[in-house]
Write a protein that binds this ligand. Structure first.
Ligand SMILES: CC(=O)SCCNC(=O)CCNC(=O)[C@H](O)C(C)(C)COP(=O)(O)OP(=O)(O)OC[C@H]1O[C@@H](n2cnc3c(N)ncnc32)[C@H](O)[C@@H]1OP(=O)(O)O
Ligand SMILES: CC(C)C(=O)C(=O)O
Ligand SMILES: [Mg+2]
Length: 535
């Protein structure tokens, strides 16, 4: 018995290119679809539903191109015994089925997937067909598909809201007509996991000939139960799961492939089921689908979201540093992501800060670490994420501020199109005394520097003023460098960093003044020493 035939093997049927493309605004070009199909092949899916060939000439061409290429192009890094099946969707009409076959017949392993609704609401209001007419159509169309193709899947659309006995009868008829896979979709995402389990178990027990076919689940996420329902269906005996990358699909989407696959892998202890998926391809496939559909992955999305392996809170970070399994049930590397991230933010603790600084090559004693920690917390209160660049800028800014002299306590700027730009600064001297001064200027930076001059009283000429963002985003940390010349021609540089560039400017200017002041003190001392000697 091959791996695929064994009882614990779950076939992964990917419908990103068909049901996924039914997400509003997610349409893709044929080239993009082919690229995704190649990625799915590398990922190791068993079936690629490439599209709905009768729906448009474009869709036909895309399915055809995928059918031609998949299995024939080499798959780097994945010597696959069997290429994925390429499948085309068709309504239960002769025309749709023949178009689907025309498109997929060139595939190494083609499948026709035909469907017809079975629920009372769909029969009566959408199809306007009786129960008997639906049965007859299923018999005829599955048989027609089977004349064309050995591999035929039949889906009882809206199976979730279909009378159980009628569903068993439809499944029996489809099997007798030659279907090789029977799919039981919860088309509108209505069922609870227990109900979905009961539906699969009911068909498995009561449909005639069910042992000859593979039962399949196809769950939508209208109530956020898509993945839970899929797992319930597999526990009940389904051995094919229809899924999409990132969970995209009609309305709220389909059950997400990456979530079902990783649930099966991580909880193999409970379900004892396997797939042929190479999980290390998951992240890259997710990114490709997101890029081609324009559907962004929410940061908190399981498995592939930007935060799926990010930890911000100090208690979790500390736990993780002590033992990774305290807060992680799978590793980022398992799904091809770049690694666990300890994000520094307002909830972080000293352990994580120390670790990150060490990774950045900065080692500190306890008092310095405590100081850096307070600065990091203060920054995190103003800025969502403290990045590595922020951290380095912050640490070096803290170190430079250790030089002493005047320290910025408060800064208030009034600027705009009306009136003169005005700055008010409150500076604290080394003796702990606060001095406040206000000044006007040609712009807010000029006003700020003049207000500082009024406190510090050290004549200098500003030679250079440079500002740039060290980090990205609207809340980026601004970095300012200044160069000043003192009365005796000495040049002094200053640096400051803050989310507010005016505060960064004030810090930089103060740092430059402080250097000038220190040099003047040193120069005065050596002058006095020289005078003493010569006296
Ligand atoms: C649950 C699902 O995801 S099902 C797949 C949904 N995907 C799509 O619909 C995307 C592709 N669809 C399309 O491009 C178009 O709907 C087409 C080309 C297939 C059909 O377009 P139109 O001929 O203009 O029909 P329209 O879409 O307005 O209506 C659907 C028709 O198909 C019928 N129909 C719906 N499902 C089926 C089915 N499984 N088998 C047979 N007929 C069906 C409807 O009853 C309706 O028939 P009517 O015209 O006699 O009332
Ligand atoms: C066509 C079928 C399988 C479908 O997408 C659904 O019922 O949700
Ligand atoms: Mg669907």
């Amino acid at each position: 018995m091959s791996t695929v035939e064994s009882q614990d093997y779950v076939r992964i049927f990917d419908t990103t290119l068909r049901d996924g493309e039914q997400s509003p605004g997610a349409s893709m070009t044929s080239e993009e679809k082919l690229e995704i199909a190649r990625a799915l092949s590398r990922l190791g899916v068993d079936v690629i539903e490439a599209g709905f060939p009768a729906s448009s000439p474009d869709d036909f061409a895309a399915v055809r191109a995928i059918a031609e290429r998949i299995g024939r192009d080499p798959v780097p890094g994945r010597p696959q015994a069997e290429p994925p099946i390429v499948c085309g969707l068709a309504r239960a009409t002769k025309n749709d089925i023949e178009r689907a076959y025309e498109a997929v017949k060139v595939a190494m392993r083609p499948r026709i997937h035909t469907f017809l609704s079975t629920s009372p609401i769909h029969r009566e209001h959408k199809l306007r067909m009786t129960k008997e007419q639906v049965i007859e159509r299923v018999r005829e169309m599955v048989a027609r598909a089977r004349e064309l193709c050995e591999d035929v899947e039949f889906s009882a659309e809206d199976a979730g809201r279909t009378e159980p006995e009628y569903l068993w009868e439809v499944a029996s008829v489809a099997i007798a007509a030659g279907a090789t896979t029977i799919n039981l979709p919860d088309t509108v995402g209505y069922l609870t996991p227990f109900e979905l389990h009961a539906m699969i178990a009911g068909v498995k027990k009561n449909a005639v000939g069910v042992d000859r076919v593979i039962l399949s689940v196809h769950c939508h996420d209208d109530l956020g139960l898509g993945v839970a329902n899929t797992l319930a269906g597999l526990e009940a005996g389904a051995r094919q799961a229809e899924l999409t990358i990132n969970g995209i699909g009609e309305r709220a989407g389909n059950a997400a492939l990456e979530e079902v696959v990783m649930a099966l892998a991580v909880r193999r202890d409970r379900m004892n089921l396997r797939t042929g998926i190479d999980p290390t391809q998951i992240t890259r496939t997710s990114r490709l689908v997101s890029a081609h559909t324009g559907m962004l992955v929410p940061p908190n999305k399981a498995i592939v979201g930007a935060n799926a392996f990010a930890h911000e809170s100090g208690i979790h970070q500390d736990g993780l540093l002590k033992h990774e399994k305290t807060y992680e049930i799978l590793k980022a590397e398992d799904v091809g992501a770049s690694g666990t991230r300890l994000v520094l933010g307002k909830h972080s603790g000293r352990h994580a800060l120390e670790k990150r600084l060490a990774e950045l090559g900065v080692t500190m004693d306890q008092p310095a670490l405590d100081q850096a920690f307070s600065a990091m917390k203060a920054l995190a209160d103003r800025k969502k994420h403290v990045t590595d660049a922020d951290l380095l800028a912050l640490v070096s800014s803290e170190r430079r501020e250790e030089l002493g002299g005047w320290r910025l306590e408060a800064l208030q700027i009034s600027a705009g199109t009306q009136g003169m730009p005005t700055a008010t600064v409150r500076l604290r001297g080394e003796d702990g005394r606060d001095v406040t001064q206000a000044a006007v200027g040609t712009g807010p930076v000029h006003a700020c520097f003049r207000a500082i001059d009024a406190v510090v009283d050290l004549p200098v000429e500003l030679l250079e003023y440079t500002v740039h963002a060290v980090t990205e985003g609207i809340d980026a940390l601004g970095e300012v460098s200044v160069r000043v010349r003192d009365a005796s021609g000495g040049l002094h540089a200053g640096y400051g960093a803050d989310t507010d560039v005016l505060v960064a400017s004030a810090k930089a200017y103060l740092a430059a003044l402080d250097r000038a002041r220190k040099e003047r003190v040193v120069a005065k001392a050596s002058e006095q020493a020289r005078l003493k000697e010569s006296a």
